[in-house]
Design a protein around this ligand. Structure first.
Ligand SMILES: [Zn+2]
Length: 241
């Protein structure tokens, strides 16, 4: 099963029952493939809400690597409802929502979410990508939460739009710095291709940076001449100036 089409399976599940909220788990298998596991919606009012039995949830969470819980919105847009936000916070689990109405996805990370190790993550769209590593790095290493500047971690297909979001996150969170001032914990924005999607990493000092590429595991990489040439901007968090 392909790694990065799991959202299509969530969508297909939603369309099977377009008049009610469907739900399930997004599981990372030991071989780094994704399992979309349908779960029964136990809510008596399935049209407007969903519930998963606590037993089903706990059993699954204990016995597998759960990345998130998904559900559909048949009539509303993809934004999480207040109820969604509360449950996600309570469980410490990311919520992945698909709206039939708008045909869009939303990936929400609650404040209570505890990030995984930063290194050796496989690439998983939404959950493990360069922008997630950036968010998780600041939580784990510096205890700074930058999620409130970007609520939806499901990046748009369009590179231009995705770049605009990244730019917003940079400008509302960080201070622009000159390349030659680079110091530990600085965020580096790379331009890989002329019109393509931008890439982010975090500088670790001693010419190394940490990042998650779209075609490999998250890792520490030497900021050699080849990477230096791709640097588009360097940013520092105001608390680290
Ligand atoms: Zn909802």
């Amino acid at each position: 099963m392909s790694l990065n089409n799991f959202h299509e399976q969530v969508k297909a599940h939603a369309l099977e029952k377009p008049k009610e909220e469907v739900c399930g788990f997004i599981i990372l298998n030991p071989d780094n493939t994704i399992l979309v596991e349908k779960v029964k919606n136990e809510n008596p009012n399935k049209k407007l809400s969903f519930s998963i039995s606590p037993k089903t949830f706990l059993e699954k969470k204990l016995n597998s690597k759960m990345l998130g819980i998904y559900h559909s919105h048949p009539e509303g847009n993809e934004n999480p409802s207040l109820h969604d936000l509360n449950i996600s916070q309570e469980l410490g689990m990311p919520f992945f929502i698909y709206s039939i109405l708008t045909d869009n996805f939303f990936l929400h990370f609650p404040y209570s979410f505890e990030p995984d190790n930063l290194l050796k993550r496989p690439y998983i769209k939404g959950f493990y990508e360069c922008t997630c590593l950036l968010k998780d790095y600041f939580i784990k290493e510096l205890n700074i939460n930058i999620t409130r500047y970007n609520y939806n971690y499901w990046l748009p297909e369009c590179d231009k739009e995705s770049n605009r979001i990244l730019e917003n996150v940079m400008h509302s969170n960080f201070i622009y710095k000159q390349k030659n001032e680079l110091k530990k914990h600085d965020v580096i924005v790379f331009k890989i291709k002329k019109e393509g999607r931008k890439h982010v990493g975090v500088y670790q000092g001693d010419d190394y940076f940490i990042h998650q590429c779209g075609n490999g595991i998250s890792q520490k990489t030497l900021l050699d001449k080849r990477w230096q040439k791709k640097i588009k901007g360097v940013y520092r968090h105001p608390q680290l100036v």
